[in-house]
Design a protein around this ligand. Structure first.
Ligand code: ADP
Ligand code: MG
Length: 925
């Protein structure tokens, strides 16, 4: 019997191979599916919703799993935790009601070769009306799920299922190892499988080029693609998968290696002084460096002394003493005659660093400056509109062949003649016109900070290539922009053709939707139909809109008065910041420059600021080293801005958010990595305990006991995203509650919407010990250092992620006293307990990160979204770590032997890298 099955399978496979030769026209893999005339339009649309547009997209739409449909196991008599695949005939269907109007649909299946001992299987679906329409008695079903014992019956709840129809295509779906694809709306497994089957038949092997070094994997890509969809055996499937995963990883590692190699072959200057200043600093420190700190400083010293730019990541748990290491590095650079920049993700943190550095470095005569992006500069004229300069003159020169641009800015028309408010984008498009466009999110969906960065980057991508952007502001639920499309080409008659605005915006929208949905694991449309505010006709018009956009985050209260709003971009940032900085340096008392004599004589040695410093250009006369604190808040794109400078500075990025070691080689693969894996010795232990809210009484008396002994306390309440509109009322209610609970100890309230100056005062009072308890959102998350604060209570701890809780916990345990972190939760689910138990078990950030990864599964991990790497289609960063190591080694060795990829045999890899770069931004066309 199994013999005959085998034959059938071979028939099927034979069909695949034999038609290949006969198939007349060769299909290019880049060809749009729409050009193959046999895929019906509704199917094409369904595929497009999945992002599948070309032949290659479809061929690399890999199965999620496979089912062995050669021979099905007998129906089980016991339950099991492992899902199984069964086949049977529907002998009965019924609908039962429960709980009033809810329905259960049941289909009873019997084995085809049943015997006296076999048990029927009951498949059940709750409230899924469409299933009822799809299943009828007499049909044969393949089901996949976990069998469960319910009463005396063996049941499968909500199994995946497929109806087997006896059509001529049976050989595709049945009697073979059958692929099961990721679920898709509007496209059944059968249909998708048939389309892919036919496509494999039609496409010849040739265009599927194998781009792998032979020592990494054998075999051909075209065979692997065939076998991943319709494998002849499990071994063939595994081999195919390994080949494809290796290809994917290899391509990714080639991109990483090329980034690495780009910077290592660039020649810069050595930025390392003799170390006398460093020694003085270390002598004056009130403590000894830990072994790990010394080791890392030595590594950095070596990098600084080398002539190629340093690109180093420093990972170290919260409180492990990264700041001292950063200072050491900066002193070496300063001593060599260079400036250093120290960037922190928030203003508070920048100010704190400034204080610490002042304390330690002023006595050594080092000149410091603090530079944060306060934005009172808006009343100054912007360079864009500076007198005597025709905005757009730069653009005129780009027109090229004698086509006059409409002199947009020179003929000043009255602004009110240009009123197109709240209309759809115009069907006409004026050459050289500037448009003010507003795009809202669908149902006012709130964009997370991460998502906003994606949107901003998307808009910036083609700036200077397909259009000129004057300003973009990505607000939580809408985007404002000022944009001017550029010429694309000349048509046959020699007229200039412009990039169509609606097309540009459409592709940015679809790109960002795709990317954000992937990161946030959501689906559906993100944006409303774009509307445009107006079509800008005069200087005044432009200026007005420009200022409106620039002020938007502050006018609407989304950003606090002195707060930076990172999702606002203008092309003049550089120039503006530069001017601001000079003004600050001249007049601002906060920018304490020199501390000793000779104050007048020079630029600061070390400039501390938020990431607005990234956009500084000229204010650094002589930048030698950049230190970025808390790297995970910066993306690759931002880092690239720094490393692209000429001459290239050395770059040290620091993070307290460790990621699993296997991920480091990917997410931070282009960096050298140093780790501080040792805590300073004088640290008190941190004890973490999870408590149910019902125990609040006991917890409170413990807290009061601690306050009595003079310790201080943080209470964290879960407003997870600071940009979420904070219900001020709720916050104050929270605060009142805690004031009562802790009476007579002094409490203060801290959250993101409190103006920065006030926030700072509150922190200062807490630091001095005048306040006993701080009731706070996660604004205190990063870097805050108050050694006497030894107790932290986190409310609704289940709402935070593990990494975030670990970060929060890093605020305590900074002095010699024993510290306590109490995680209060009202949720008793298994996942929550497992999650919080990790923190009870370990204080080691790496272990927390590993556990976090295990618990969350292979999803997106912090940082991968910002890594600027293409998304994986088949590989799994966790389970395929071994393959990643092999791919990385292969890529590294290619670049080691040929850093510029000049050898003829390496030419094919160049294309691979370009393609990868394209894929990181592939949906904009
Ligand atoms: P993080 O790695 O989280 O940035 P910090 O650099 O802020 O940690 O250091 C935390 C605290 O530990 C600071 O108060 C710092 O002065 C102190 N510290 C740093 N190194 C040592 C050391 N070797 N011994 C004792 N205390 C140290
Ligand atoms: Mg720090």
């Amino acid at each position: 019997m199994s013999e005959s099955r085998k034959e059938k399978v071979c028939d099927g496979e034979g069909a695949v191979t034999s038609t290949r030769g006969a198939c007349a026209p060769q299909i290019e893999i880049s060809r749009p599916l729409a050009e193959l005339d046999w895929i019906p339009r509704p199917r094409l649309l369904a595929l497009r919703r999945l992002g599948i547009e070309t032949v290659e997209d479809l061929l690399t739409h890999f199965p999620r799993r496979h089912e062995d449909r050669h021979q099905f196991p007998h129906f089980p008599r016991e339950e099991s935790d492992v899902p199984i695949c069964l086949c049977g005939e529907v002998v009965k269907t019924s609908v039962r009601r429960f709980g009033g109007w809810k329905k259960i649909f049941e289909a009873t299946l019997e084995e085809s070769s049943s015997n006296a001992l076999s048990e029927p299987l009951v498949c059940r679906w709750f409230n899924l009306h469409y299933v009822q329409k799809m299943i009828a008695t007499g049909q044969r079903l393949v089901v996949f799920g976990k069998p469960r014992l319910r009463g005396k019956r063996i049941c499968m709840d909500h199994p995946e299922f497929e109806v087997i129809e006896n059509d001529e295509e049976i050989s595709i779906h049945f009697r073979r190892i059958t692929p099961i694809y990721p679920a898709t709306e509007g496209l059944s497994q059968r249909v998708l499988r048939s389309i892919i089957y036919r496509l494999l038949n039609e496409v010849s092997g040739a265009p599927l080029e194998t781009l792998l070094p032979t020592d990494l994997a054998t075999g051909e890509r075209c065979h692997a693609i065939r076998a991943i969809h319709f494998p002849e055996s499990w071994e063939a499937r595994d081999a195919a998968r390994e080949h494809l995963v290796l290809s994917e990883f290899f391509a990714m590692q080639m991109l990483i290696a090329s980034r690495r190699s780009d910077s290592s072959i660039r020649m810069g200057d050595a930025h390392c002084g003799p170390g006398t200043l460093l020694d003085k600093f270390l002598e004056a420190l009130p403590f000894q460096l830990t072994g790990a700190q010394s080791k890392v400083i030595a590594e950095i010293q070596r990098d600084l002394a080398a002539r190629h730019p340093m690109n180093r990541l420093l990972q170290g748990d919260v409180g492990s003493g990264k700041t001292v290491v950063a200072i050491a590095a900066m002193l070496l650079a300063v001593e060599a005659g260079y400036q250093a920049a120290f960037m922190a993700p928030t203003q508070t943190l920048a100010e704190q660093h400034y204080d610490v550095l002042r304390r330690w470095l002023e006595p050594l005569g080092v000149r410091l400056a603090l530079r944060t992006a306060a934005r009172q500069e808006d009343n100054a004229p912007l360079p864009l509109f500076a007198r005597g300069e025709i905005p757009g003159s730069a653009r005129v020169s780009r027109v090229g062949d004698g086509v006059a641009p409409s002199r947009t800015f020179l003929d000043v028309e009255p602004a009110d003649s240009a009123f197109y408010s709240r209309r759809r984008l115009p069907h006409f498009e004026k050459p050289w016109a500037i448009y003010a466009v507003t795009i809202s999110t669908k149902s006012r969906r709130c964009l997370s900070p991460n998502a906003r960065t994606i949107v901003l980057d998307a808009f910036r991508h083609f700036h200077g290539k397909r259009y000129e952007l004057f300003a973009v502001c990505v607000m939580p639920d809408h985007v404002h922009l000022l944009i001017q499309p550029w010429p694309k080409e000349n048509d046959d008659a020699g007229n200039v053709v412009f990039w169509p605005l609606s097309g540009l915006i459409h592709s940015i929208k679809s790109f960002s939707t795709h990317k954000i949905n992937r990161v946030e694991r959501k689906s559906g449309t993100l944006w409303e139909k774009e509307r445009f505010d107006r079509y800008v006709r005069s200087d005044r018009d432009l200026e007005e809109k420009f200022h409106y956009i620039l002020r938007n985050p502050w006018e609407t209260g989304v950003a606090g008065q002195n707060e930076d709003y990172p999702w606002l971009w203008t092309q003049n940032n550089e120039a503006r910041n530069q001017r601001l900085f000079r003004r600050d340096a001249e007049t601002n008392t906060r920018d304490a420059c020199a501390t000793q004599a000779g104050a007048g004589d020079g630029a600061p040695h070390i400039i501390i600021g938020t990431h607005a410093l990234l956009y500084e250009k000229v204010s650094f006369s002589n930048l030698g080293l950049v230190v970025i604190d808390e790297q995970h808040k910066f993306g690759v794109a931002q880092r690239a801005r720094l490393t692209a400078r000429e001459p290239a500075p050395d770059v040290l990025v620091m993070t307290a958010t460790p990621i699993p070691r296997t991920l480091t080689m990917t997410v931070y693969g282009d960096l050298d990595v140093s780790v501080i894996d040792e805590m300073p010795r004088n640290r008190g232990k941190v004890i973490t305990a999870v408590r149910d809210v019902s125990k609040l009484g006991e917890v409170l008396s413990f807290l009061r006991g601690q306050l009595e002994t003079g310790r201080q306390l943080y209470v964290i309440y879960p407003l997870i995203d600071e940009s979420e509109k904070l219900d001020v009322k709720a916050a104050s209610a929270e605060y009142e509650l805690w004031r009562e609970r802790l009476h007579p100890y002094r409490c203060e309230l801290l959250h993101g919407r409190i103006p920065a100056a006030e926030k700072q005062n509150t922190m200062e009072r807490f630091r001095r010990g005048e306040t006993n308890a701080l009731i706070s959102t996660t604004v205190i998350e990063v870097g805050v250092d108050v050694p006497n604060a030894t107790v932290m209570l986190v409310e609704n701890a289940e709402r935070f992620g593990l990494a975030q809780l670990h970060q929060l916990r890093g605020r305590i345990g900074r002095g010699e006293h024993k510290s306590y972190c109490i995680l209060l939760t009202s949720e008793q689910s298994r996942e929550t307990s497992a999650k919080l138990a990790v923190l009870e078990r370990t204080n080691n950030g790496f272990e927390v990160a590993e556990a976090d990864w295990d618990l969350r599964g292979p999803g997106d991990l912090l940082g991968t979204a910002q890594s600027g790497l293409p998304a994986l289609k088949i590989g799994n960063l966790k389970t395929d770590a071994g393959l990643m190591r092999r791919a990385r080694a292969a890529a590294m060795s290619i670049f080691q032997a040929d850093p510029r990829l000049e050898l003829p045999e390496n030419q094919r890899f160049r294309r691979l890298i370009v393609e990868q770069q394209g894929r990181t931004f592939s949906n904009i066309s």
